[in-house]
Design a protein around this ligand. Structure first.
Ligand SMILES: NC(=O)c1ccc[n+]([C@@H]2O[C@H](COP(=O)([O-])OP(=O)(O)OC[C@H]3O[C@@H](n4cnc5c(N)ncnc54)[C@H](O)[C@@H]3O)[C@@H](O)[C@H]2O)c1
Length: 259
């Protein structure tokens, strides 16, 4: 669907080369925003940006490893130079970690926290000053249903995604006086390359997928576009009284008592 919800706004979306991030970039562009696609995998972001540009939307692909402060700082400067402003930050880039706490290495722990928590903070750190100057902004942190409920052997994914929700509250409170809203969105199971990789790693991928679908109240996984529609609303001025919230979008999964 095409609209004008984000007309005259500029968005910075991390991990926008594929999956949920790509769907968010597409949706925001179709709602009128200029979109910066910040990606560790530049090629994927370039393909997505080219598609948007070919349809007449404003897009910019930038190679960014969000765990590296120098790269985040350079990417933010480039976007501010090109678009003149950043009104929306979507901290979407993330990885899914599923280990056991007794076998997890220190490097794996650091990797999880660096991508899922530190990277989001670094983007906030370098984008907030321009939002403060503009006295306006919307930051959306893509957390997960794992911030509330979790499953076995997903250490430390739940810890990282819970930390992101905690960070959302800190920032929402600190920057509310500048009319900057900060929210966390917690998706349930969404069909993306990340989830497909997880299915593929299971002993019987097809049976594993059928089992996951069977305990979804809506009897299906969500789509990246369904998450993107919600993110675009929360980013827009229509959501002007929503801040500090932990917003579930999980097809009802979090109301299920047992599976
Ligand atoms: N798919 C789901 O079911 C689901 C559910 C809940 C939450 N999430 C969260 O949504 C977000 C997107 O998930 P997805 O399923 O689309 O994942 P995905 O793996 O399909 O896409 C993630 C993107 O982030 C990029 N990325 C990874 N590390 C990066 C880094 N250091 N710097 C910049 N970019 C980096 C990847 O290159 C990739 O393009 C993640 O934060 C994930 O934890 C996903």
């Amino acid at each position: 669907m095409i609209g004008d919800r984000l007309e005259n706004k500029a968005a910075f979306v991390t991990g926008a080369g594929r999956g949920i991030g790509q769907a968010i970039a597409y949706k925001m562009a179709r709602e009128g925003a200029a979109v910066a696609l910040a990606e560790i995998d530049l090629e994927s972001a370039q393909i997505a940006a080219e598609e948007l540009l070919s349809q007449g939307y404003r897009a910019l692909a930038i190679q960014t490893d969000i765990t590296r402060e120098d790269q985040v700082q350079a990417a933010v400067s480039q976007v501010l130079e090109q678009f003149g402003q950043i009104d929306i930050l979507v901290n979407n880039a993330g990885k899914r970690f599923h280990y056991d706490a007794t076998t997890l290495t220190e490097a794996d722990w650091d990797d999880a926290m660096d991508v899922d928590v530190k990277g989001a903070w670094l983007c906030c750190k370098h984008i907030l000053p321009s939002m403060i100057a503009a006295k306006s902004g919307s930051i959306i942190n893509i957390s997960s249903i794992h911030a509330r409920l979790t499953v076995r052997n997903h250490f430390p994914y739940a810890a990282a995604k819970s930390a992101l929700v905690g960070m959302t509250r800190n920032l929402a409170l600190d920057y509310a006086p500048y009319n900057i809203r900060v929210n966390a969105i917690c998706p349930g199971w969404v069909r993306t390359p990340l989830v497909q990789q997880w299915f593929d790693q299971q002993a019987d991928p097809k049976a594993s997928e059928e089992r996951v679908v069977s305990f979804q109240p809506l009897q299906r996984l969500g789509t990246p576009e369904e998450i993107a529609n919600f993110v675009a609303f929360v980013a827009s001025d229509e959501a002007s009284f929503i801040t500090g919230a932990e917003l579930m979008i999980d097809g009802g999964l979090s109301i299920v008592f047992a599976v």
